[in-house]
Design a protein around this ligand. Sequence first.
Ligand code: HEM
Ligand SMILES: *[C@@H]1O[C@H](CO)[C@@H](O)[C@H](O)[C@H]1NC(C)=O
Ligand SMILES: *[C@@H]1O[C@H](CO)[C@@H](O)[C@H](O)[C@H]1NC(C)=O
Ligand SMILES: *[C@@H]1O[C@H](CO)[C@@H](O)[C@H](O)[C@H]1NC(C)=O
Ligand SMILES: *[C@@H]1O[C@H](CO)[C@@H](O)[C@H](O)[C@H]1NC(C)=O
Ligand SMILES: *[C@@H]1O[C@H](CO)[C@@H](O)[C@H](O)[C@H]1NC(C)=O
Ligand SMILES: *[C@@H]1O[C@H](CO)[C@@H](O)[C@H](O)[C@H]1NC(C)=O
Ligand SMILES: *[C@@H]1O[C@H](CO)[C@@H](O)[C@H](O)[C@H]1NC(C)=O
Ligand SMILES: *[C@@H]1O[C@H](CO)[C@@H](O)[C@H](O)[C@H]1NC(C)=O
Length: 597
Amino acid sequence: MPSLRTNLLFLCMCSLASGYHWPSPHYDVLEALLYEGRRVDGSNMASLQHPCKLRGSTQASIGAEWLRLAYHDSATHDSLAGTGGLDASIAFELDREENIGDGMHQTLSDFETFSNKYVSRADVIALGTTFAVASCGGPIIPFRGGRIDTYSAGPPGVPEPHQDLPTHTALFKRQGFDETDMITLVACGHTLGGVRSHDFPTIVPPNSDPTISNVNLFDSTHAFDNNVITQYLDGTTENPLVTVGNTTLRSDLRIFSSDGNATFSRLTLSEMFMQSCSNVLERMLNTVPSYVTLTEPIDLLHAKVASSHLTIEKGEFVFKVTFRLTQPIGTTIKSTRTVKILWCDRYGSNGDCQQHANSALPATLSQDDPEISPVTYHLGLFFVRYDFVLPIEPLLSISLFWFEVDEGDGTPPRYYDNNSTGYIVAQDQLLYIPSLSSVNLHGRNDTLKTYDIVAAVRSNAEPSRVYLDAFDNAMENYLPPLNISIDMKRNHSIPDAGGFRFYSASLNDTGTQLTVDLHTVINGHLFTEDFMQTFFIDENIPYTPPTAVQSTIIPAPSPSATSSSGTDLGEYRDIPIHSSILLRLLPLLIAALIIYC
Ligand code: HEM
Ligand SMILES: *[C@@H]1O[C@H](CO)[C@@H](O)[C@H](O)[C@H]1NC(C)=O
Ligand SMILES: *[C@@H]1O[C@H](CO)[C@@H](O)[C@H](O)[C@H]1NC(C)=O
Ligand SMILES: *[C@@H]1O[C@H](CO)[C@@H](O)[C@H](O)[C@H]1NC(C)=O
Ligand SMILES: *[C@@H]1O[C@H](CO)[C@@H](O)[C@H](O)[C@H]1NC(C)=O
Ligand SMILES: *[C@@H]1O[C@H](CO)[C@@H](O)[C@H](O)[C@H]1NC(C)=O
Ligand SMILES: *[C@@H]1O[C@H](CO)[C@@H](O)[C@H](O)[C@H]1NC(C)=O
Ligand SMILES: *[C@@H]1O[C@H](CO)[C@@H](O)[C@H](O)[C@H]1NC(C)=O
Ligand SMILES: *[C@@H]1O[C@H](CO)[C@@H](O)[C@H](O)[C@H]1NC(C)=O
């Protein structure tokens, strides 16, 4: 008769198998760009602007340019018809008078390379505002993803300074903002940046040197603050849209005073200003066509499996995973801390940890610069990462894994195990092999890239098809994305290794953020490796050999240990995974025994 323990684990594994989705790439990718400020390959978007930088060439506020572009993209939304909004159509609308300005072109070029399959160009535009506002001292605007891009111009309708108040009120109303929202939104926009003589020479007179554009700021600072309001109210404002000689162009004056200063009087309190701006700017960024469903707000994950995949490197079958933890700024990691990964074999007599778990220490520990994202910086946190490279026996493989963080100071270790479910390795039949894949640059200015993508399938499997979906929406000049499906062919020039056979395909791309989804069909089952990156191991990413493996006996369930729920500090637990699973299943088993007997 199998042991009680085996039965429990068997039960447990059955219950885990259905409807399980891990990882959650859409959320993970949005979370990484928001809280790490950068692409997966390390190129940082936030640092183009943070900390509240001025552009070297023009001395204009980069954050102001980013915010203005987001407003102009969203302003053509028609809330009744459910059309327009933040959909990146602005990229095709810059020839319009209403969208005049060098800052608009520079912003689009800042943003060009940060979109991908899970982050639309419109999401990047929205993120730009989130970064800029946080970076310049404003609130952290809650961020949702899921905007859908269009690849052509939409209808016009961005407000212009010469229009009268009823026109502006109607345009804001069409977008879904009432008069109070309008006053608030304009003030929250016009706290950053200013008006330029090159763009509006009738508002800001040109310089004696016509090559330099004069910028007259809306208020006396570059910071996101309510000076735009207090200076208007105390009469010291130099806001060009309030003070310009030609009264027709005083659009801010008309809007600011349209309710007898009632809204502005409330916003003289800084906290009120920050809160109100967060609300209206969030609504502005979430102005989308009616066919778009945005994601839930993207919250910071205090403990995150930042990347994980099975692959083959130098002929060895390995599992690579990065575990990311937060650390308060100004504190250091305890030198006595050890962070271990634990995992279960997938096959064999020890499958699903029937006898023991395997464990290993991280291959490397790295700490991020606290300034990588102004959002995380404002939360007072930075990231530390533990990179693991595990040697995996092809015949045993890996089914699930979890982490143990032991501060080494006598406090009990914490277990990060996805609330006792463990992080499940969805499949081990199809692998992506970045270490054998490559890219060649050619064409004019290296803008054409030819990729050789290599995948591997278990030698004992008979796939009916191996193919990839390639996607890149980070195209030069916001051209339509690459979005193609290609069959992969058996590649006999690569000898079998680690119990796998190799397949490859070649493709051309002119964008900068190609990702591939690999697929294979084996016995009618589809196996997928989603959102694989195409920057490859080279001089910049040194090869890390796999670490040594230990074996850990999983403690038997102890009646004194009680189940603990996740906390906001990363959902850690203070008892190891299997004992807690066993504990949770104990009542079930007792019930089953009672029925059986
Ligand atoms: C009636 C509505 C509005 C009018 C007529 C208007 C007009 C203008 C004008 C004429 C400029 C100068 C642009 C340049 O010189 O290149 C400007 C700049 C700016 N606007 Fe507005 N605006 C309006 C509403 C808004 C709103 C709602 C926001 C955002 C929430 C916003 C954000 C900005 C920002 C950040 C700048 C500075 C850009 C920079 O310095 O590069 N505006 N606006
Ligand atoms: C004021 O600006 C409006 C709109 O641009 C223009 O039509 C008008 O001629 C200007 N008035 C003067 C006196 O320059
Ligand atoms: C609003 O404030 C401005 C600037 O202080 C002032 O000139 C104006 O008279 C005020 N309007 C009302 C209706 O109080
Ligand atoms: C974790 O599990 C506990 C109890 O099993 C549950 O109350 C809690 O909501 C779970 N948390 C998450 C994030 O799933
Ligand atoms: C965690 O487990 C739940 C099921 O309990 C699953 O839905 C979720 O996707 C898992 N998340 C991760 C990150 O493994
Ligand atoms: C096999 O893969 C290599 C990349 O490792 C590639 O250079 C080569 O062209 C591929 N051969 C075939 C026949 O696809
Ligand atoms: C290639 O680069 C040169 C110099 O950097 C530039 O003048 C030229 O316009 C570029 N060509 C293309 C096609 O981008
Ligand atoms: C890419 O192509 C697939 C299949 O044709 C389609 O369903 C999907 O909407 C396309 N994605 C984009 C962003 O165009
Ligand atoms: C990629 O482009 C080059 C140059 O135009 C061409 O010779 C080659 O056949 C293309 N490769 C693929 C896979 O389309």
